[in-house]
Ligand binder design. Structure first.
Ligand code: KG4
Ligand code: ZN
Length: 337
């Protein structure tokens, strides 16, 4: 049994293939990042057009990587939402046509449930209940993962996502796009206590985030310093920002686990590639007899293998209905699955 998964919700055109045991047979990703870098952010119309250009070669690349032909695929999965409408429509239309042509089942997967799929790819025996922290460019939220694909939303950001906080503060500092990984690289050689920054909604027990205050604080700080000083201290400014974001994620993760009387946290989404987050989360949970599961960095960002994995897992547990009329859903919460 093989499942092919298509991901086109934002600016990665991706296709992955997994087998019944959740082994990744292929993971082909075309990143549009260089195209959008010219505009300093994702331009929805350009993303949709690029998906249309790349979707067919990327699916072919995944099949070649897996050494399979299309007839050997048993199930087609695609990201149904949330995401950019034009971008989602390309993946949905392609997946539907493929399923129809092959006469194989089709399954629409929630993008965040797809990210959760990377935890199962990392640890196929991972058993609910556990807490999942999704940290990406569009989302920062805790959910409790129960048996039978039941999700309870525990708390999310009121404004910017953690990835956005990295990207927007990095943009203020003049870093390229997306600034998150660049800021993290510079932070490696900086002093983490260089500037005091606000911690997002640091109230006891709250599992909600707010990162917009951090962005404003960094903007104000840069306006009060001269450019030579900012340049000379860039690594320490980046390290202070990274710490402010990471420490609040760690603190709230501990609260989420304690409140739910659980010991395992899956951290998924683009920001889960952040090395300092991995280090601090592992340290602090470890001290308390808890543990964090992180996907390999190559599976942290958007990819098709995660969509295929979640569809395959649902199929293994008889938890989906094939539906050829399914269409993209933009404002879709994981708690409603
Ligand atoms: O999950 P993802 O690929 O796309 C969304 O669904 O949003 O996440 C992309 C986000 C971007 O904001 C990017 O800057 C951030 O993940 N990111 C990082 C790192 N790698 C990617 N942020 C901090 N440190 C990193 N190493
Ligand atoms: Zn994502």
């Amino acid at each position: 049994m093989t499942t092919l998964g298509i991901e086109t919700s934002c600016d990665e055109t991706a296709c992955g293939i997994v087998d019944e045991g959740l082994n990744v047979l292929a993971n082909a990703v075309y990143s549009q990042v260089d195209t959008h870098a010219l505009y300093g952010g994702v331009v929805p119309e350009i993303a949709a057009r690029a998906h249309l250009e790349k979707i067919s070669p990327i699916v072919q690349q995944a099949l070649s990587m897996a050494n399979l032909n299309i007839q050997q695929i048993d199930r087609i999965a695609f990201t149904r939402g949330p995401g950019l409408l034009g971008a989602l429509l390309v993946g949905a239309a392609f997946a539907k046509s493929l399923a129809r042509y092959l006469d194989k089942p089709l399954i629409g997967i929630h993008h965040l449930e797809g990210h959760l799929g990377t935890a199962y790819l990392t640890e196929p025996n991972l058993k609910p209940p556990f807490v999942c922290l999704v940290v990406s460019g569009g989302h920062t939220e805790f959910c409790r993962v129960n048996e039978n694909f039941q999700y309870i939303m525990l708390g999310k950001t009121r404004d910017d996502a953690a990835g956005e906080a990295f990207d927007k503060t990095g943009k203020i500092l003049g870093l390229g796009y997306p600034a998150g990984p660049l800021l993290a690289k510079l932070a490696e050689n900086g002093n983490r206590d260089f500037i005091p920054l606000p911690k997002a909604l640091d109230q006891k027990g709250s599992l909600e985030f707010s990162f917009s205050g951090l962005k404003t604080a960094v903007l104000r700080y840069t306006q009060t310093q001269n450019s030579d000083f900012l340049k000379a201290n860039l690594p320490s400014i980046c390290a202070s920002i990274e710490s402010a974001i990471v420490e609040i994620l760690v603190k709230k993760a501990l609260s989420a686990l304690k409140q739910n009387d659980l010991h395992t946290l899956a951290v998924v989404g683009g920001v889960s590639a952040n090395k300092y987050l991995r280090q601090r989360m592992t340290e602090e949970l470890g001290k308390r007899g808890m543990r964090a599961v992180f996907p390999p960095a190559a599976l942290s960002g958007d990819n098709g293998a995660m969509i295929a994995a979640m569809a395959q897992k649902r199929a293994n547990e008889n938890a989906f209905h094939s539906e050829l009329t399914v269409s993209p859903s933009l404002a879709w919460t994981i708690a409603a699955l």
